[in-house]
Design a protein around this ligand. Structure first.
Ligand SMILES: [Fe+2]
Length: 401
């Protein structure tokens, strides 16, 4: 299958062409014929939250997403609310329990707001499940059809880290707004004048945090079950200073549309940010979703105007001669990045611009990254160390190191 044939309906509707997508998320050509578990791309990031109507409003008002479909008591679903939102090729489904005995309420009580399901679009659900089962994956839902007046969706699900699942979706014979059981729905929300039409266009990667010593096991899971391969930036244990440490490895599907960095905590003098996540999420889960934008400056300005909070980047990050040399020439003056706290990473293929939000819910767990790629297929590996060290230099200047 050529890359052009893997464009999803959502991507075509979002007027994303192949060249734009290649730059946004770093796609590569590959031969699907040899792939035991071909994945076309992302289907949806499904969230379990404590207040779905308000979270859906937040993703519209702050993140510029558009409400397209809904399921809830009014449509015959007495268990929960579900709001389907789009931005470019990105689909979020926001679920919150209505029935006090809904499993979503128990899930939320354990984990807080977070990602329940990283749903993937596959051309052959049955073949994927057959392969996954043969290599020991836990099948949570057998392949079955969902049918309504808009057509048929073939669907199944397998378990991944923690209580997270991968629903596998073949929607090639379906033309409804999301899935059978959902109705089309729009919103009266109107963005403030002058805001960009979309603040992000594609999902670049979703990071999973797993327990100490389990990262290699989950890397092997994605290789064995889903035929994913290690990406060039397969970074072992080099995201560490003496004070804050984590290990990360990255696996991707054949065309690199779906990329899963997997983190585990590493032992250091202070508590790893991954340990903090595992404690507050009560186990492994999705840590951050990287949203690809073609203009990270405009996106960050718009998000700030809506009150979204980002991690601060110290001025020393931009003023350090070593970092300046590493950054090199990018599409805007470094001062423009510094004003907004946007980070730069560079490798042999090019560079990327990125910034991280603060956790978006009550618990210090899930957050977003905004990313603008210019050739680099990396994940900002250079920035972890540079950022942590920049912070430590600041501490040293204050006599607190
Ligand atoms: Fe990331």
């Amino acid at each position: 299958m050529s890359l052009a044939d893997t464009l999803t309906d959502e991507e075509r509707l979002a007027e994303l062409d192949l060249d734009t997508l290649k730059q946004l998320v770093g796609l590569v050509e590959y031969d699907a014929a040899e792939d035991p578990f071909p994945v076309t791309g992302w289907d949806a990031a499904v969230w379990a939250v404590g207040n779905a109507p308000q979270t859906a409003h937040y993703f519209q008002s702050a993140y510029g997403m558009e409400l397209v479909a809904y399921s809830g008591p009014e449509t015959g679903n007495r268990d929960h609310h579900a709001y389907v939102l789009h931005s470019g090729a990105v689909r979020f489904v926001i679920k919150g329990g209505v029935d006090p005995s809904s499993p979503l309420i128990a899930h939320h009580a354990r984990h807080g707001d977070g990602i329940l399901d990283v749903a993937l679009e596959v051309p052959d659900v049955d073949a994927c499940i057959k392969h996954a089962r043969s290599v020991g994956a836990v099948v949570l839902e057998e392949p079955h059809d969902l049918i309504d007046e808009h057509g048929t969706v073939r669907i199944a699900a397998i378990a991944t880290y923690g209580e997270t699942r991968h629903t596998l979706v073949d929607r090639s014979r379906y033309h409804g707004p999301y899935l059978p059981g959902y109705v089309a729905r729009t919103s009266t929300f109107r963005p403030r004048p002058g805001r960009p039409k979309r603040l992000f266009q594609a999902l670049d990667h979703i990071v999973g945090n797993v327990e100490l010593g389990r990262m290699d096991e989950w890397v092997a899971f994605y290789q064995r079950v889903m035929g994913f391969t290690n990406m060039a930036e397969f970074i072992g244990d080099d995201i560490a200073t003496d004070y804050s440490a984590l290990m990360s490895k990255v696996v991707a599907n054949g065309n690199h549309r779906v990329k899963f960095p997997l983190n585990e905590p590493a032992v250091a003098k202070k508590k790893s940010q991954i340990d903090e996540y595992l404690e507050f999420y009560q186990g492994p889960g999705a840590q951050h979703l990287a949203l690809a934008t073609s203009d990270i400056l405009a996106t960050v300005d718009a998000l700030r105007d809506e009150g979204v909070e980002f991690l601060a980047t110290p001025d020393s990050y931009y003023e350090d001669p070593e970092l300046r040399a590493r950054i090199g020439t990018v599409r805007v003056p470094v001062e423009e990045l510094q004003k907004r706290g946007i980070l730069v990473d560079r490798d042999e293929d090019g560079y990327l611009l990125q910034i991280f939000t603060k956790p978006i819910g009550d618990r210090p767990t899930v957050f977003f990254e905004l990313i603008e790629r210019h050739g680099s297929l990396g994940f900002g590996k250079g920035n972890f160390k540079a950022l942590f060290e920049a912070i430590e230099r600041e501490q040293e200047a204050r006599g607190n190191f």
